[in-house]
Write a new protein. Structure first.
Length: 221
């Protein structure tokens, strides 16, 4: 069983209990949104910008989420990136249950997890790599991904651990015109991204829409 969008301390405790049982094989996934933000965002006039499924929780749930990342309760972090525009999220007269759920998360996932996790001693760098690369590839049965080794695809991120910059939607490459972490000071940004050994990003996007390649999956051992 692969559980996504885990956000509350209670849900994380159930996953922890299931993992301790020999009768269950359970994997848990966390979204970035639940590591940094709390329900106070909904008290703002533009609170709809942070609407997702499930909703933002309390600070105690955020703290529990970081513990779950560190102790192995959570196996992966996935963005669930949905680049809605500000106008679409804040459409006048839209009932709460019709607000399109989800936010832009893709470009900030790695740098924020490094900045808030590794730099603040919540995670080791090895644990970060495991959450974002090694374990997702293993669970998904992508044998050519997730490791640096002979025969693997050379999909690499070269991260500058000292580079600090604020999150600004205007500087992102997402289709969204706002960012849920606007103004957040983040230390640790990618400098170069390699796709099968070729430069895909070095400050500018170098990859084309024709660079994709089908990767067959295998069953989880």
């Amino acid at each position: 069983m692969y559980l996504v969008h885990l956000s509350s301390a209670a849900a994380l405790e159930e996953v922890r209990r299931a993992k301790a049982s020999s009768r269950a094989r359970v994997f848990g996934e966390m979204r970035p949104l639940y590591l940094y933000l709390t329900r106070e965002r909904f008290d703002r006039a533009d609170g709809a910008l942070w609407v997702g499924q499930p909703p933002l929780r309390e600070q105690a749930d955020v703290d529990a989420a970081w513990r779950a990342l560190a102790d192995g309760t959570i196996d992966t972090v996935g963005t669930d990136h949905v680049p809605y525009s500000r106008a679409r999220k804040l459409e006048p007269g839209l009932p709460f249950d019709k607000i399109p759920p989800g936010v832009s998360n893709l470009e900030t996932m790695l740098p924020m997890l490094y900045s808030e996790g590794v730099r603040k001693d919540r995670l080791t760098i090895e644990r970060l790599v495991d959450l974002l690369a090694t374990t997702p590839a293993r669970i998904a049965g992508l044998g050519s991904k997730g490791d640096i080794a002979p025969g693997k695809d050379a999909d690499l991120v070269l991260l500058d651990p000292a580079r600090t910059r604020p999150v600004r939607a205007a500087e992102m490459h997402s289709a969204s015109d706002y960012d849920p972490y606007e103004g957040w000071e983040v230390t640790g940004w990618p400098r170069v991204v390699l796709l099968r050994g070729q430069v895909a990003y070095d400050g500018k996007i170098r990859a084309s829409t024709r660079n994709g390649r089908f990767v067959p999956r295998s069953p989880l051992a």
